[in-house]
Design a protein around this ligand. Sequence first.
Ligand SMILES: [Fe+2]
Ligand SMILES: [Fe+2]
Length: 263
Amino acid sequence: MEANLNKGIREVIDEFPAVEKILDEYGIACGPCSVGTCLLKDIVGIHDLPADKEQEMMARIAKIIYPDEVIEIPQVKRKVEDQPKEIKYSPPMKKLVDEHVLIKRWVALIPEVINNLNVESKEGRQLLLDGVDFIRSYADKYHHAKEEEVLFKYFDEDLDILKVMHEDHERGRSHVRTILEALERKDKAAIAEHLNAYRELLKEHIKKEDEILYPWMDRNLSDTQIGELFSEFNTTDEQIGFSPDKYEVFINHLEKKYLQKEA
Ligand SMILES: [Fe+2]
Ligand SMILES: [Fe+2]
């Protein structure tokens, strides 16, 4: 078991495909991950499942890998014994989670933006340009920049989980470039395809950060580091050169337009 714990997850899944299904049942979605080099033991550690669930999952995985042997799974120790968890974020992590809320509201609007796509009218094109501006300025410059330029620097950037996050950010940027190129050609199908792909990407990305990455980071940062992080976030925000409030106004406006929400 030790040897398999130290293998990259893609390798383990390739050899024992049933492991992917088991991980999935415990909310650990490694199958679609494009990197796949995270070690099985790190994946188990990072997800911080309740002790009994982790034990049960590891026993099931051991049965797949060694069907004819009795494998003893060591007792999992936890500092606080396992209650169903409500995630408590430190103040800097809470700030990022709160920023995700506005990004998720934009992501939820994307199907309506696609349904009402009009590349012929000036207003229709402007709406798309405003959406792209939201992604580039708020989601990327304001939010992702804090992650990449501040938060991730507190950790070893060679960690696979951080590589996956960087890769997601880059894929998002690439979708935006393609959307703008498609707008030049008035290619509605390509715009819709890449808006949808961006939507799927961000939904999963935010979930990974809110539920796995940030709680894991909080567990590994000292109180001093958390304080430093918070003040660095504030400095970064002050230097951004625009007010994020106007993006909330933009989202409120779109919700009112498409979802008839009181904004
Ligand atoms: Fe991110
Ligand atoms: Fe994020």
